[in-house]
Design a protein around this ligand. Structure first.
Ligand code: SF4
Length: 163
């Protein structure tokens, strides 16, 4: 899934399109000489042993990553299976993690070809398509968590929410 969902700068591979070096279902044809970006990346399924086999990206159609810069958990969804995240145990787990992450001021997001959905423990907020100039602000209002999309130059946009 990472060879499909992610943009690889070194190869000028756009996001959401299979890499030309990928032998789908088998692996990378240039594994020994793959770019540094590919070598450095590991999705949560590879590094978090608590994720069961149901989370395997080629089965779940979800690729979980923890962003180092923002601390956010992002579930990238295969656009060919845009509702994959709504199935349990995935949806229930995202809500559970949201509860834990909120206490730390962190966000849990679903990304479907840049359509971004903020996951809260008891509801979701669909922000639509985000560009590189957009930021996400989450806050509490009337006892309920809310999320809005802001331009990066908006003074309310915090660096920690950079996308
Ligand atoms: S070069 Fe290999 S590892 Fe990197 S995206 Fe392409 S197929 Fe995947």
């Amino acid at each position: 899934m990472c060879c499909k969902l992610l943009r690889i700068e070194a190869l000028q591979k756009p996001a959401h399109k299979w890499c030309g070096n990928c032998d789908i279902g088998k692996g990378c044809r240039i594994y020994d000489s793959r770019p540094e970006e590919c070598r450095a990346f590991a999705c949560s399924y590879l590094v978090n042993s608590s994720l069961g086999p149901e989370w395997r990206p080629d089965r779940s159609r979800l690729m979980l990553t923890s962003e180092l810069q923002t601390g956010r958990l992002v579930a990238y969804v295969d656009p060919q299976r845009p509702d994959a995240w709504r199935q349990d145990p995935f949806h229930a787990s995202l809500r559970k993690w949201s509860r834990e992450f909120l206490a730390q001021g962190r966000q849990v997001l679903v990304d479907i070809a840049r359509r971004t959905i903020v996951i809260f423990p008891d509801h979701t907020v669909d922000l639509g398509i985000l560009t590189d100039d957009d930021r996400i602000l989450t806050f509490q209002e009337g006892g309920r968590m809310q999320a809005i999309k802001l331009h990066k130059d908006d003074p309310r946009a915090k660096p920690a929410a950079a996308r």
